[in-house]
Design a protein around this ligand. Structure first.
Ligand SMILES: Nc1ncnc2c1ncn2[C@@H]1O[C@H](COP(=O)(O)OP(=O)(O)OP(=O)(O)O)[C@@H](O)[C@H]1O
Ligand SMILES: [Mg+2]
Length: 152
Protein backbone atom coordinates (compact mmCIF):
# COMPACT_ATOMS: atom_id res chain seq x y z
CA UNK A 1 0.00 0.00 0.00
CA UNK A 2 1.37 3.36 -1.00
CA UNK A 3 0.23 6.68 0.37
CA UNK A 4 1.50 10.21 0.00
CA UNK A 5 0.37 13.02 2.24
CA UNK A 6 1.28 16.66 1.78
CA UNK A 7 1.01 19.23 4.54
CA UNK A 8 1.95 22.91 4.44
CA UNK A 9 3.25 24.53 7.62
CA UNK A 10 3.53 28.27 8.19
CA UNK A 11 5.97 28.42 11.11
CA UNK A 12 8.85 26.33 12.43
CA UNK A 13 6.68 25.58 15.48
CA UNK A 14 4.01 24.05 13.25
CA UNK A 15 6.61 21.81 11.64
CA UNK A 16 7.82 20.72 15.07
CA UNK A 17 4.24 20.04 16.22
CA UNK A 18 3.62 17.86 13.18
CA UNK A 19 6.87 15.97 13.74
CA UNK A 20 6.13 15.58 17.46
CA UNK A 21 2.75 14.02 16.68
CA UNK A 22 4.44 11.61 14.30
CA UNK A 23 7.24 10.87 16.78
CA UNK A 24 4.70 9.82 19.40
CA UNK A 25 3.53 7.00 17.11
CA UNK A 26 6.94 5.60 16.13
CA UNK A 27 8.35 2.25 17.17
CA UNK A 28 11.77 0.57 17.35
CA UNK A 29 13.11 -0.24 13.89
CA UNK A 30 11.33 2.64 12.15
CA UNK A 31 13.46 4.45 9.56
CA UNK A 32 12.60 7.91 8.28
CA UNK A 33 14.52 9.96 5.74
CA UNK A 34 14.45 13.74 5.40
CA UNK A 35 15.22 15.39 2.08
CA UNK A 36 15.24 19.07 1.27
CA UNK A 37 17.64 21.86 0.45
CA UNK A 38 19.91 23.59 3.00
CA UNK A 39 17.71 25.34 5.56
CA UNK A 40 14.53 23.57 4.43
CA UNK A 41 13.76 22.48 7.97
CA UNK A 42 15.09 18.92 8.21
CA UNK A 43 16.72 19.41 11.60
CA UNK A 44 13.68 21.36 12.82
CA UNK A 45 11.58 18.32 11.92
CA UNK A 46 14.07 16.02 13.65
CA UNK A 47 13.82 18.09 16.84
CA UNK A 48 10.04 17.62 16.86
CA UNK A 49 10.38 13.88 16.25
CA UNK A 50 12.77 13.64 19.18
CA UNK A 51 10.27 15.37 21.45
CA UNK A 52 7.61 12.90 20.36
CA UNK A 53 10.00 10.07 21.19
CA UNK A 54 10.46 11.43 24.69
CA UNK A 55 13.99 12.73 24.19
CA UNK A 56 14.65 15.47 26.75
CA UNK A 57 18.05 16.63 25.50
CA UNK A 58 18.12 19.27 22.79
CA UNK A 59 18.77 17.78 19.38
CA UNK A 60 21.44 19.67 17.49
CA UNK A 61 22.41 19.29 13.89
CA UNK A 62 24.99 16.48 13.90
CA UNK A 63 26.71 17.68 10.75
CA UNK A 64 30.16 17.16 12.22
CA UNK A 65 29.45 13.79 13.79
CA UNK A 66 27.35 11.93 11.14
CA UNK A 67 25.32 10.17 13.87
CA UNK A 68 24.16 11.08 17.32
CA UNK A 69 22.19 8.83 19.66
CA UNK A 70 19.65 10.18 22.14
CA UNK A 71 17.84 8.41 24.96
CA UNK A 72 14.05 8.55 24.88
CA UNK A 73 11.05 6.26 25.13
CA UNK A 74 13.07 4.37 22.53
CA UNK A 75 16.61 5.29 21.39
CA UNK A 76 16.68 7.98 18.71
CA UNK A 77 19.46 7.80 16.12
CA UNK A 78 19.83 11.12 14.34
CA UNK A 79 22.04 10.99 11.25
CA UNK A 80 23.15 13.79 8.99
CA UNK A 81 25.20 12.20 6.24
CA UNK A 82 25.80 15.40 4.27
CA UNK A 83 29.54 14.98 4.69
CA UNK A 84 29.45 11.57 3.01
CA UNK A 85 28.70 13.17 -0.36
CA UNK A 86 30.99 11.63 -2.97
CA UNK A 87 32.02 8.79 -0.70
CA UNK A 88 30.23 5.47 -0.52
CA UNK A 89 31.47 4.55 2.90
CA UNK A 90 29.39 2.08 4.86
CA UNK A 91 29.62 3.15 8.48
CA UNK A 92 27.52 0.24 9.70
CA UNK A 93 24.18 1.92 9.03
CA UNK A 94 22.25 -1.33 8.87
CA UNK A 95 22.89 -1.99 12.54
CA UNK A 96 20.98 1.15 13.33
CA UNK A 97 18.21 0.56 10.80
CA UNK A 98 17.58 -2.93 12.17
CA UNK A 99 18.20 -1.91 15.75
CA UNK A 100 16.28 -1.04 18.86
CA UNK A 101 15.68 2.58 18.03
CA UNK A 102 14.11 4.97 15.57
CA UNK A 103 16.48 6.28 12.89
CA UNK A 104 16.17 9.56 11.04
CA UNK A 105 18.54 10.35 8.17
CA UNK A 106 19.09 13.85 6.81
CA UNK A 107 20.54 13.93 3.25
CA UNK A 108 19.65 10.24 2.62
CA UNK A 109 20.58 10.52 -1.07
CA UNK A 110 24.23 10.17 -0.03
CA UNK A 111 23.70 6.70 1.45
CA UNK A 112 20.89 5.57 -0.85
CA UNK A 113 22.33 2.08 -1.33
CA UNK A 114 22.19 1.30 2.38
CA UNK A 115 18.64 2.49 3.07
CA UNK A 116 15.86 -0.03 3.67
CA UNK A 117 12.93 0.03 1.23
CA UNK A 118 10.50 0.01 4.13
CA UNK A 119 10.77 3.58 5.25
CA UNK A 120 8.95 6.88 5.48
CA UNK A 121 10.36 9.27 2.89
CA UNK A 122 9.87 12.89 3.95
CA UNK A 123 10.62 15.78 1.61
CA UNK A 124 10.53 19.40 2.74
CA UNK A 125 10.24 22.16 0.16
CA UNK A 126 10.86 25.82 0.91
CA UNK A 127 7.84 27.89 -0.18
CA UNK A 128 8.35 31.23 1.57
CA UNK A 129 10.41 32.50 4.48
CA UNK A 130 8.23 30.72 7.06
CA UNK A 131 6.24 28.32 4.90
CA UNK A 132 7.23 24.80 3.95
CA UNK A 133 5.57 22.00 2.02
CA UNK A 134 6.13 18.69 3.77
CA UNK A 135 5.55 15.54 1.76
CA UNK A 136 5.22 12.23 3.58
CA UNK A 137 5.69 9.25 1.27
CA UNK A 138 4.77 6.09 3.19
CA UNK A 139 6.46 2.97 1.84
CA UNK A 140 4.72 0.56 4.23
CA UNK A 141 1.09 0.13 5.19
CA UNK A 142 1.87 0.96 8.81
CA UNK A 143 3.47 4.28 7.85
CA UNK A 144 0.49 4.93 5.58
CA UNK A 145 -1.82 4.46 8.55
CA UNK A 146 0.30 6.70 10.79
CA UNK A 147 0.36 9.44 8.16
CA UNK A 148 -3.37 9.23 7.64
CA UNK A 149 -3.87 9.85 11.35
CA UNK A 150 -1.73 12.99 11.33
CA UNK A 151 -3.43 16.38 11.51
CA UNK A 152 -5.05 18.32 8.62
N1 LIG B 1 7.57 26.27 8.42
C1 LIG B 1 8.85 26.04 8.80
N2 LIG B 1 9.25 24.77 9.02
C2 LIG B 1 10.54 24.51 9.38
N3 LIG B 1 11.49 25.46 9.57
C3 LIG B 1 11.14 26.74 9.36
C4 LIG B 1 9.81 27.07 8.98
N4 LIG B 1 9.75 28.43 8.85
C5 LIG B 1 10.95 28.89 9.14
N5 LIG B 1 11.82 27.91 9.45
C6 LIG B 1 13.22 28.10 9.81
O1 LIG B 1 14.03 27.53 8.80
C7 LIG B 1 15.25 27.04 9.37
C8 LIG B 1 15.39 25.56 9.05
O2 LIG B 1 16.64 25.16 9.49
P1 LIG B 1 17.05 23.63 9.68
O3 LIG B 1 18.36 23.60 10.37
O4 LIG B 1 15.92 22.90 10.30
O5 LIG B 1 17.19 23.17 8.16
P2 LIG B 1 17.93 21.90 7.56
O6 LIG B 1 17.08 21.45 6.44
O7 LIG B 1 18.25 20.93 8.62
O8 LIG B 1 19.27 22.53 6.99
P3 LIG B 1 20.71 21.83 6.75
O9 LIG B 1 20.63 21.16 5.42
O10 LIG B 1 21.65 22.98 6.74
O11 LIG B 1 20.97 20.87 7.87
C9 LIG B 1 15.16 27.29 10.87
O12 LIG B 1 15.81 28.49 11.16
C10 LIG B 1 13.65 27.40 11.09
O13 LIG B 1 13.34 28.21 12.21
MG1 LIG C 1 20.00 19.92 9.26
Amino acid sequence: MKMIKTITTHTAEETMDLARNLGEKLEPGDVLTLEGQLGAGKTTFSKGLAQGLGVTRTVKSPTFTIMKEYKGRVPFYHMDVYRLEDSDEDLGFEEYFLGEGVTVVEWPQFIEEYLPDERLVITIDYLEEDSRRIKLDARTSRFARLCKELGQ
